[in-house]
Design a protein around this ligand. Structure first.
Ligand code: ATP
Ligand code: MN
Length: 152
């Protein structure tokens, strides 16, 4: 068995950052390639966004641009120490993550247990849970220290 391709989905939260650090370590020690993915969530039934003078399409485009900017900052931080590729997709986060894992033939998905919502009383977030349930490759869920309980 080999780990040659790692998919790391990020919503740019602290928990996702932790998972990314782990993914970088894994990529480096396994000489694997890392794919960093952000999913811009589809805006459902919010055609009234036009009252903000931006159409849903324009909002999505801006979010995509912003995601690539965030990713390029992340890339700058690791300074070419590993082979890394970035991707931004649109749609339902869990579905796009599972789809991307298939597309790039990921050997493992490394993701955070929580994200931007970060409700500490839930064991893991809904995106993480759906990916764990449905991905066709192993999923490594990295907990944020804040969410680690004292005793089992
Ligand atoms: P919920 O979204 O269910 O309210 P949450 O935000 O705390 O809870 P998740 O969204 O499941 O938790 O986040 C867990 C991990 O899933 C994140 O650390 C990140 O790795 C990944 N993730 C979440 N949203 C996205 C996204 N839009 N694009 C890429 N990865 C994501
Ligand atoms: Mn979330």
């Amino acid at each position: 068995m080999e780990i040659k391709k790692i998919l790391c989905p990020t919503d740019f939260s602290e928990a996702a950052k932790k998972a990314f650090e782990y993914a970088v370590f894994l990529a480096s020690s396994q000489h694997a390639e890392l794919v960093l993915l952000h999913v811009v969530d589809q805006l459902h039934g919010f055609d009234n966004y036009e009252i903000l003078s931006l159409t849903p399409q324009e909002i999505s485009e801006r979010m995509e641009t912003h995601a690539y900017e965030n990713m390029s900052d992340i890339l700058d931080q690791i300074k070419g120490s590993i082979a890394i590729e970035t991707a931004v997709e649109h749609g339902k986060s869990s579905v796009q993550i599972i789809e991307k894992a298939r597309e790039v033939k990921a050997d493992i998905i490394v993701m955070g247990s929580h994200g931007r919502t970060g409700l500490s009383h839930v064991l893991i977030g809904s995106v993480a849970e759906t990916v764990v349930r449905h991905a066709s490759c192993p999923v490594l869920v990295v907990k944020n220290v804040d969410h680690r309980s004292e005793t089992p």
